[in-house]
Ligand binder design. Structure first.
Ligand code: TXA
Ligand code: MG
Length: 321
């Protein structure tokens, strides 16, 4: 794997050429790092599944930077989609719409729909523009493990299974995009994420919430019950009340550290801001996971705004294997 520098135009060009020629590589978005491939090249997309050890039943999000690319992939743009696009794109919102025949079956896992996102990160945009093709990109982690928010996280999980990692620093949002299906009536949230449900509902009215549904073959397969998981066992509990031995355990908490001698403590947001918590969530999980603790005790966050997406990730990380 080549380490490329997002501040260096020549390196961006190398990454874009690699993707155009059927290679795969990691790049930053505002949410998490993605593992990209030319979405219209089935062999390249297959390499992404292989590198991640991801089941082929779990479809990918396609990243675009133009209306022309949207028209190439989406068979129709419902009126609600238009309102959402105006307000939230580019940004951490993925829309599921009916797919055109152009979209390879490996992208959609055979579904009649495709998930599309226009990312806000300037480096992601530059890369996709230079590659000259829509880019399919799941998060750049092994299947089921913690998502990467730095190039270092990507290098910890991959070596030569991928061609490059383009370093653009830490991701600002820190949790994946919200996935909204417009193929459902009413539109349904399939995954809580970077755009809070409340903001979407302001724009298009009440939404169905299917993000808690978890099954063997979920609607949004990020719906796998166990996901985003550290190797260390993680429990959701109030760290102040937790009944285990705190001297061998670590804590992931919202804004206040517990008054107990835990082996390690990560306070996600000393300022009490859920955006700060989301931005630091995965990095804190990566750090705790590296300490070989007996347990990670994670405190549930307030269930509103980005707190919903964070709690969803914590619940899935805690789900039994
Ligand atoms: O923020 C993000 O969305 C990041 C960055 C890289 O853009 N990407 C990401 O991809 O989180 P991934 O593969 O980790 O999650 C994509 C989710 C999967 O759970 C998948 O099941 C769902 O999107 N998905 C993709 N296509 C779908 C479709 N046609 N219908 C329903 N869900 C779909
Ligand atoms: Mg993922």
């Amino acid at each position: 794997m080549r380490s490329l520098d997002g501040n260096n135009p020549a390196d961006i060009q190398i990454a874009a050429a690699c993707l155009r020629n059927g290679g795969i590589g990691a790049f930053p978005t505002e949410t998490v790092y993605g593992l990209g491939a030319d979405a219209l090249n089935e062999r390249a997309v297959a390499k992404v599944f292989a590198a991640k050890e991801r089941p082929l039943a779990d479809p990918l999000i396609v990243h675009i930077v133009s209306r022309a690319q949207l028209a190439e992939l989406a068979a129709e743009i419902p009126a609600a989609a238009e309102a959402l696009i105006q307000r939230f794109w580019p940004g951490p919102l993925t829309l599921v719409v009916r797919a055109t025949p152009r979209v390879p079956g490996i992208i959609t896992a055979g579904l009649p729909t495709v998930a599309i996102r226009w990312p806000a990160h300037p480096l992601a945009q530059e890369l996709i523009r230079r590659a000259g093709t829509p880019i399919a990109a799941p998060s750049a982690n092994r299947f089921g493990r913690i998502s990467p928010t730095t190039a270092g996280h990507v290098r910890e999980q991959f070596s030569n299974e991928i061609d490059f990692v383009l370093d653009g620093g830490a991701c600002q949002v820190g949790v994946e995009s919200t996935i909204l299906s417009l193929a459902h009536t009413p539109p349904a949230i399939l995954r809580q994420g970077g755009v809070p449900q409340e903001q979407l509902e302001q724009a298009v009215g009440t939404l169905a919430n299917q993000s808690h549904a978890a099954s063997e073959r979920p609607l949004a397969p990020g719906g796998f019950a166990r996901h985003y998981a550290p190797r260390t066992k993680l429990e959701l509990a109030d760290p102040q009340q937790w009944s285990g031995d705190e001297r061998t355990a670590g804590v992931l908490c919202f804004s206040q550290p517990p008054q107990r001698p835990y082996a390690a403590v990560e306070v996600l947001a000393p300022d009490g801001d859920l955006c700060t918590a989301a931005a630091g969530l995965y990095a804190a999980m990566h750090r705790l996971d590296a300490l070989k603790l007996s347990r990670i005790v994670a405190e549930p966050l307030p269930e509103h705004g980005l707190g919903r997406a964070i709690n969803d990730r914590l619940r899935r990380a805690a789900a039994a294997e």
